[in-house]
Design a protein around this ligand. Structure first.
Ligand SMILES: [Zn+2]
Length: 225
């Protein structure tokens, strides 16, 4: 997908691309709107799901952006904006009962005219965020960082291009150098399987930096950096 987008950015059209079949967000995270603008003549079929709930819904070329139709064995509820999923058959794995996907969503109408419910997925619910398909808790990362005595406070900043900074305020007397940042990064990743897998594939996606002050009390901030 990155190579295809690169080709279209370079001004080379891809008229031979008739159909795109994409897995869930853990497969490809390119936004629907970007796909529509770069490949206007391509039919896009896509799944929606999370690594823990597996596939929840799907969308076709006529569907509105970010709108998905739940699979017949997945019962989706929206409770206070939270997307909950219940598996309706024991033959599917994993069996879920009102599983909280940590994502926000709303019921809506879809342009495709398909019968049954349609859900617009609005993204991860803070303090959770999406990183290359994985749903990660900023609160958990902050807790992992501050478990070390060198760290006084911490905050997660999510920037464009799905890059993540774990910003730490170091304790008085703690060494502020590349080695201590790398050590904190190593210890956090050691305790977080999903993030560690992501950082292995894309080492630049997650970095630890030290700051004098955090941007407010929130565990998660969205900023340009
Ligand atoms: Zn639709």
């Amino acid at each position: 997908m990155v190579r295809l987008l690169g080709a279209s950015t370079a001004g080379r059209p891809v008229p031979w691309l008739r159909t795109l079949l994409l897995g869930g967000a853990f497969h490809d995270t390119t936004e629907d709107g970007l796909l529509a603008s770069r490949f206007p003549y391509t039919d896009v079929w896509r799944l929606y799901g999370t690594p823990t709930a597996w596939v929840i819904g799907q969308r076709g070329p006529q569907c509105l952006a970010d709108v998905y139709h739940p699979l017949s064995h997945q019962h989706v509820e929206v409770a206070d904006g939270r997307l909950l999923v219940t598996t309706l058959t024991t033959s599917r794995f994993p069996p879920l009962i009102r599983y909280d996907t940590q994502e926000r969503g709303e019921f809506t109408h879809c342009a495709c005219g398909r019968p049954g419910p349609a859900v617009r997925v609005l993204g991860a619910r803070p303090p959770f965020f999406r990183l290359h398909g994985h749903t990660v808790s900023a609160r958990e990362l902050v807790d992992l960082a501050t478990a070390h005595e060198e760290v006084d406070g911490a905050q997660v900043a999510v920037g464009p291009d799905q890059r993540v900074q774990l910003r730490v305020r170091l304790a008085p007397g703690a060494a502020d150098d590349h080695h201590s940042h790398a050590w904190i990064r190593f210890r956090v990743l050691e305790s977080h399987l999903a993030l560690a897998a992501c950082a292995r594939e894309q080492p630049d996606a997650f970095e630890v930096i030290s700051v004098d002050e955090l941007s407010g009390p929130s565990a998660l901030v969205f900023e340009e950096f």
